[in-house]
Design a protein around this ligand. Sequence first.
Ligand code: ASP
Ligand code: MG
Length: 435
Amino acid sequence: MLAQSLNVFKFGGASLKDAAAIRNVANILETYKGNRLVIVVSAMGKNTNALEMIARAYTDGNVDTARHKLAEFHNATMAIVKELFGDAPEELAVALNDLFVSVEWVFEDEPNESYDYDYDQIVSVGELISSQLVAAYLNHAGLPTSWLDARDCIITDNTYREGWVQWPETQSRISSAVPPVLNTGKFVLTQGFIGCTTENFTTTLGREGSDYSAAIFSYCLDAEAMSIWKDVPGVLTADPRLFENVSKLDRLSYKEAIEMTYYGASIIHPKTIKPLQNKSIPLYVRSFLDPTAVGTEISSDAGDTYPPMVAIEKEQALVNISTRDFSFVAEHHIRELFEHITTTRLQVNMMQNTAISFNVVVNDIDDRVERFCKLVDKEFKTTVDRHLELITIRHYTKEVSDSMRRGKVQLLEGRMPLTLQMVVKEVPVIKRKST
Ligand code: ASP
Ligand code: MG
């Protein structure tokens, strides 16, 4: 007998931001009642940002601030519970309380040596809370749903804040945990973004990683399709918050989607596409505000003519590296530089070299650039230009690239037949003297 087809839906923070949004999600799911469905949720609204601030305050020794912010978050959550349920069902009240208490317990101890470890223990709670709340609400709304702890399924190494998925273990856990529950006729609802090491420590997969979680479940369960529900009608040619005249793409190939998301098209987490592509599982990007509209289909059989598409990655640092003795930057230097790039976890978006210098453009995260410069300081002179933007245009035209350059100083450019990339900074405003 053929296994019945199964779908994976991912709902992000914006689709769960308040009680009305959660009701809307339940209304969407009502139309899928009886289907085999795995639902992956992110933390509600901007709660991950709030938890990041809590983790930071705790690490910096400002435990009172951390407690205060946690209490605010707790109150806001309970206000949503009240609006949705009136009195919270006993089981939900206990589960939520336990989760908030688990963070308070972290505050009782001194911060760990590794900030990334503490970060994951605290920030992961956002998804645990939202999943408890949404699962309880779906049950309350007459949609039988079983809550699943993603940490029993998604196994990672111990790279905190960027856990690397251990595929064979993850595959075997998902295949044994999920289908039996779906067979009972319930939806399975789980958390995005979080995983677990084999020693049972919670990890996260990187910011915006819930899309990736949904793709992992889709891959391991051979889903028929995966859908990401967003507040935009689908994949657009550019970010509508930054550009006018954007249009929706009806279809997109996996390859295009990988190229664009890697360079900052924030619509989908870049790691999402690969697992889907490997099993030819189509990905639909759809609007939770207009759930019957078709959205964008990302798959292998999409055509190959595209309009220009623009992605922007902000907070870039350009590191210019030259040898202290003015010798050429040779292969062995580059090898050494890349060793340090790897150990400081710099994420390189672009590189270029001349005879005596090597330029890398990286995501400017925490103090990684400083640490890198320090490590190479003995042999290399480095200069750093910060707060830059990396603009990537696929299928570029002169008109689009000229318009992107307007009002900017261009520091670096890279051209390939289909892709134009430039690193720019805003032109500093020179104030005129008033006469
Ligand atoms: N809640 C996490 C974040 O905001 C993961 C996600 O939304 O995908 O980064
Ligand atoms: Mg998100």
